[in-house]
Design a protein around this ligand. Structure first.
Ligand code: CA
Length: 417
């Protein structure tokens, strides 16, 4: 385990600061002007476009309102920029040029950190798959027969991936409960969250090209927190046989900071023991999961946030590198800005479940929130936040929160030309 690297930005040296010099997560910010690339350091945002203009960083597309150009450059360029930033921000190295490029985090707006070119969502949480299989089928046959062999996924919607703090309307959809004679169109009444991590692809792969797990790991630029909002009632009616469609197409929220693989390197850990030997294209080649503590807080309108889930990324069965290698195995091209959702991350016990569906066991056992309100699924005005950090010795690598508030359903086509 590495030690804290001290910075002249004093707030970065606090043990509970999510953004020490060891982290340097990348994002896109604006301060009443054009969005451009940044890193977080302490309680500040560092303007990378300004540093690039000053000749302190190589040409990396940092003036653009997305990280894609930089992400496409590969690990040599990523490491070079990280090394230069570490040097510029290290304790004792303070300069006027860098100080002038710092903004108070509280004063800036954060944007979607990269252009999401494609979005795929996987299902690699074993406890989640077991819980959902138990709820929808039966505990004896909870895991689908392919589950231990393939990282299962579906192609999601990049168009509705939004950055933390973006509120959205409760989805409308076609609903048909078990007691209903016919489907009806209405607002979802079983709106849920899914606690996930998103892997962000930096280096693309060509159509027809297969990639190894190690190559896939090298292609990944970093990770974000991801909430795969899910309408369970729409899902239950539509999902067979092609999987989720509109039930997950209306919003996916990601955090505003992409934590790089370089920052997470000291926290790598092995995947769980394999019950079935994996086929060669996705065989484990080393520790490729990460020890990242995750939690979810929920607040009713006007209420205080309450922790409703605490779990860890290391409980997943397949790593993002294995998912990516499998994704390309047919010849599917992967692109810079491809976002891969991990699947819901549920630990083995109640209190560690990453969706309300599991926490309330299908709506049977309501949760009690801070103000005494009870919930099975989300009500309008509820605010959900995902949190995550890897705990080092005297420092932590934080992701910043991933937050969304539910607005009432919008059933008319108001405002359309
Ligand atoms: Ca999901």
């Amino acid at each position: 385990m590495t030690d804290l690297i001290r910075s002249w930005v004093e707030t970065a040296n606090r043990a509970d600061c999510p953004f020490p010099l060891n982290n340097l997560p990348f994002g896109v910010f604006s301060a009443g002007d054009a969005p451009r690339c940044a890193v977080a350091i302490g309680d500040k945002v560092l303007d990378l476009a300004a540093l690039q203009s000053a000749g302190l960083l190589p040409e990396s597309g940092f003036h653009e309102p997305a990280l894609n150009t930089f992400m496409g450059k590969g690990k040599g360029a990523w490491q070079d920029v990280r090394d230069k930033l570490t040097d510029l921000l290290r304790a004792g190295n303070e300069t006027d040029a860098v100080r002038a490029a710092l903004y108070d985090m509280a004063d800036v707006a954060m944007h979607l950190p990269f252009q999401v070119t494609e979005y795929t969502d996987f299902y690699a949480g074993r406890q989640h798959a077991f819980n959902v299989g138990s709820l929808f089928r039966d505990p004896e046959n909870a895991l689908p027969p392919n589950w231990l062999h393939i990282p299962i996924g579906y192609n999601g919607r990049a168009s509705t991936v939004v950055v933390t703090g973006t509120d959205f309307n409760r989805p409308m959809g076609q609903l048909k409960g078990p007691q209903d004679d016919a489907p009806s169109l209405g607002a979802s009444r079983r709106l849920d969250i899914e606690l996930e991590m998103g892997a962000v692809v930096g280096i693309p792969s060509a159509m027809g090209e297969q990639i190894s797990v190690d190559e896939a790991d090298d292609m990944i630029f970093g990770y974000v927190l991801l909430n795969d909002w899910s309408a369970r009632d729409i899902q239950a009616w539509e999902y067979q046989p092609l999987g989720p469609f509109q039930s997950k197409a209306f919003a996916t929220t990601i955090g505003c900071w992409v934590v790089t693989k370089m920052a997470l390197d000291p926290f790598r850990c092995d995947a769980p023991k394999r019950e079935k030997e994996l086929l060669p294209h996705i065989k484990d080649t080393g520790p490729m999961l990460y020890d990242i503590d995750l939690s979810v807080t929920m607040a009713a309108p006007g209420g205080k946030p309450k922790i409703i889930c605490e779990t860890n990324y290391n409980t997943l069965y397949f790593s993002a590198a294995q998912q990516l290698a499998h994704h390309a195995s047919s010849g599917c091209a992967m692109r810079t800005g491809d976002l891969l959702g991990s699947g819901t991350i549920s630990g083995p016990e109640k209190g560690m479940f990453g969706s309300l569906l599991e926490m309330t066991w299908g709506g049977r056992d309501p949760l009690t929130l801070d103000g005494g309100e009870t919930r099975t699924f989300l009500e309008d005005g509820d605010t959900l936040a995902l949190h995550g950090h890897a705990q080092g010795d005297g420092y932590r690598i934080g992701f910043g929160p991933c937050v969304g508030t539910i607005l009432p359903a919008k059933s008319t086509r108001e405002g359309r030309p």
